[in-house]
Design a binder for this molecule. Sequence first.
Ligand SMILES: CC(=O)N[C@@H](CC(=O)O)C(=O)NC[C@H](CC1(C(=O)N[C@@H](Cc2ccc(O)cc2)C(=O)O)CCCC1)C(=O)O
Ligand SMILES: [Zn+2]
Length: 599
Amino acid sequence: LVLDEAAAITYLEEYDRLAADMSYQYAEAAWKYETNITEETLANMTEWSLKRSDFNYREAKNASRFDLSKINNQNISRLLRKVMDIGTAAFPDTVKLEKISDLEGEMTSIYSRARGCLNTTTCLPLEPDLVDIIANSRNYAELTAAWKGWRDASGRNIKKLYPEYVSLLNEAITFEGKYKDMGDYYRSSYESPTFENDVKALFLELAPLYENLHAYVRRRLKEHYGADKFPSTGHIPAHILGNMWAQDWTNIYDLVAPYPDKRTVDITKALIDQNYTIIRMYKVAEDFFSSIGLYKMPHLFWEKSLLVKPVNREVVCHASAWDFSNKRDFRIKQCTALTEEHLLTVHHEMGHIIYYLAYKDLPYLYREGANPGFHEGMADIVTLSFQTPEHMKKIGLLDAIPGQNDTEGDINFLFRMALSKAAFLPFGYLVDQWRWSVFRGETKPERYNEKWWDLRCDFQGIYPPVERSNADFDPGAKYHIPGGTPYISYFVSFVAQFQWHKALCKVANIAGPLHRCDIYSNTIAGARLNDMLKMGSSRPWGEAMLKITSGTSGQTDKLSVAPLLEYFDPLIKWLQENNKKYNEILGWDKKNCPNFLSP
Ligand SMILES: CC(=O)N[C@@H](CC(=O)O)C(=O)NC[C@H](CC1(C(=O)N[C@@H](Cc2ccc(O)cc2)C(=O)O)CCCC1)C(=O)O
Ligand SMILES: [Zn+2]
């Protein structure tokens, strides 16, 4: 162990170039696979995944020559630690590493090519067909067929691969002795020993908001579908909430709006009426980011992105944003459709690209979110402005906005926001509760589905419309499980984005209630946001949180639900009053899940 700081700096400069190039090669291989699913493109991606692991393995060895106790420069030691933090790549058994990559590719391929059958003759892909049925059908039986059909075609066929995937990941990640299991490694990206308890506390603080929304929506859905469809336990059937996973309830707004006679905001209709093109959706999003002084899309973005579902080949339709680590090439892959939901997703994916652009000149190792939740928070933050009636009117997608003293219109707007931002919270929280319990070995393969429905019934207060058992594998019907991508980042994002929205509206001196604030064309807000984005992961994320919130009443280096609850406060009061008026009993039997047949 020799080699002082000067040698470390030289080494890191060389590493930076090689790592960025390796990352580019892997991204290209992954892109070729996701935009053209074949045996060959899967094999090529696996090959590059192995090359990348091998590169990481070798460089971690090289970096371990430096004695960190002799390196005083915080930045150099942080970079060296990141070179050595290589996760499963530290595992020398490349045959098993290849198996992990193959299993992940195989499960993603099954998921992306699955066709859910409604009956013996009609089988449909998830996007756009089954998603559209769950979003728009109001026929209980049709909804049940789409819900069950999707799970039979996806989760059921992925089930047989998942146990080996879990045990190989755990074997690889525990090899070096730094991590207890794969969940422990996932959580380490938050650099906090109390992270797991912190998010649990945040979730419990948000429960009253969710329970009031759940009680109100349950009552309104009973009116539509009949009380006989609702068990005495208080749960809501999982398939009538407008979303295949009941994680976003916006699509049933027309069924449950507080003041239905008010003009319901129908952006999808406006997009169609105004002959919007797919490209124009991306130009509108780009215009938002450049209006606050951030960035326009580089020309390669328009040249290389895949923005519509191809007709002649299988692709991974699940939307995603890509950083090719060469400071020039950034892409979105999305099977974009002309709907409001897709317009929001366009803003989300472009939000990721803006983060990539903000930190593109940092050392390669720092080109990530301050933590994964920050990357998701940045992806979502502009939608809090974009969806306001003021903004919708500004870009001509809405002709009338609720006046200041139009409380009914205001409640309708807040309610619609809660159908996505509040309804999501228990789901955003529970996906990794399930996955962490699997990685810990608390949940064995024979109880995978039981644990899933325990959590879904307990935290979301929903239940399966058709009988489930441990022969099913419903977690496998959610992209991120076969895809192996963490999910708690979305829960963190939903908390953080409201903290940032409050801070940015404050520094931008935008008056009025938080839920009507639109930072569009406000370069002061944009500059403050950019100051945080430019940090990448160069400093612990508490400093990034402080960077955005400093000088405002929400100043903190921690996650806090206060801004989210402040944003929804008028609605929470309205829901509590309405639920009391109808003597609604909040909540559900958390320990008894209807329709689950434990063996
Ligand atoms: C190369 C790569 O993988 N890149 C990363 C980005 C990065 O890490 O750099 C990436 O593109 N990930 C894809 C993922 C896609 C979507 C998603 O999966 N969303 C969640 C949860 C959710 C729900 C509501 C909401 O408002 C926001 C999120 C779901 O649909 O359940 C689907 C459409 C929206 C976002 C994404 O963009 O986060
Ligand atoms: Zn995202």
